[in-house]
Design a protein around this ligand. Structure first.
Ligand code: ATP
Length: 242
């Protein structure tokens, strides 16, 4: 099957002050792929996702999403981004939050209503739609943030630890949805610490100390390192912290 690059990073680096957080990242993510970023805490996963989302700008190299050099404001409508810390309005209800973001993404009328209903259902919050977000638990806020990232059916989904604080049953249904979205053409980049989630990704990028130390399918990574699990493969590639 011929597939095109959806996200392309060329020699990307990011420094904060004198500190190098990402260095020499070259990577292509295909259309319709679920690509997982795996790495220890502080290895640079969030920074990389923010560069792809166009929320932050690379200090070196180039980032392209759907052929456009990032950052680019007009890409907002083509990207669904779920940050690690929830960007929600606590005093507004879930519905009001969703209405706000739907308007920002240019969703109107019947489509807006339909998408709010569909995405809130997916994350299991339909019964809580009219409650103010300040009364939500941490896991409920994560779920609402995920629903918002999915609202406008973006061709590119960037999810930073989307299932933290979400129970295993709901986590399964969210993964099934991500797989179904990918089958219908959505490109998904997801950061995770959860090894069984890593196994569900089509390909993985292992990050350590701001560098991409390996890229491949979960199976090829296990085979190449003679490992039974992704965790073991990661350690054999040199992913151990410290
Ligand atoms: N705005 C910033 N200014 C200075 N340093 C930063 C900034 N943002 C990130 N960093 C540093 O960059 C490094 C990578 O952080 P990042 O959040 O990308 O890691 P991560 O792999 O996503 O970690 P975690 O899994 O804990 O979320 C860390 O050392 C962090 O302190």
């Amino acid at each position: 099957m011929t597939r095109t690059d959806c996200i392309r990073l060329e020699s990307v680096g990011r420094n904060f002050g004198g500190k190098t957080v990402l260095e020499g990242i070259t990577l292509a993510v295909n259309e319709s792929e679920i690509f997982g970023l795996l790495g220890p805490s502080g290895s640079g996963k969030t920074t990389l996702v923010k560069l792809i989302a166009g929320i932050d700008e690379a200090s070196a190299g180039d980032v392209y999403v759907l052929g456009e050099r990032m950052p680019k404001l007009a890409q907002l409508r083509r990207i669904g981004y779920m940050a690690q810390s929830d960007a929600l309005y606590a005093e507004l209800t879930a519905r009001e939050n969703m209405e706000f973001f739907a308007a920002l993404y240019g969703l109107a009328g019947g489509r807006r209503k339909k998408r709010i209903g569909e995405t809130i259902e997916l994350v299991g919050l339909t019964a809580h739609l009219n409650r103010p977000v300040r009364s939500y638990s941490g896991g409920m806020k994560r779920r609402l943030s995920l629903a918002i990232a999915l609202l406008h059916e973006p061709p590119v989904l960037l999810l930073d630890e989307p299932t933290v604080g979400i129970d295993p049953v709901l986590r399964q249904s969210i993964w099934r949805e991500l797989e179904s979205l990918a089958r219908s053409g959505t490109t998904v980049v997801v950061t995770t610490h959860v090894m069984d989630e890593a196994d569900r990704c089509h390909r993985l990028g292992l990050i350590r100390d701001g560098r991409l130390i390996a890229v491949g399918t979960p199976e090829s990574m296990k085979r190449e390192t003679g490992s039974a699990t992704i965790e073991q493969a990661f350690l054999r590639y040199g992913g151990a912290a410290g």
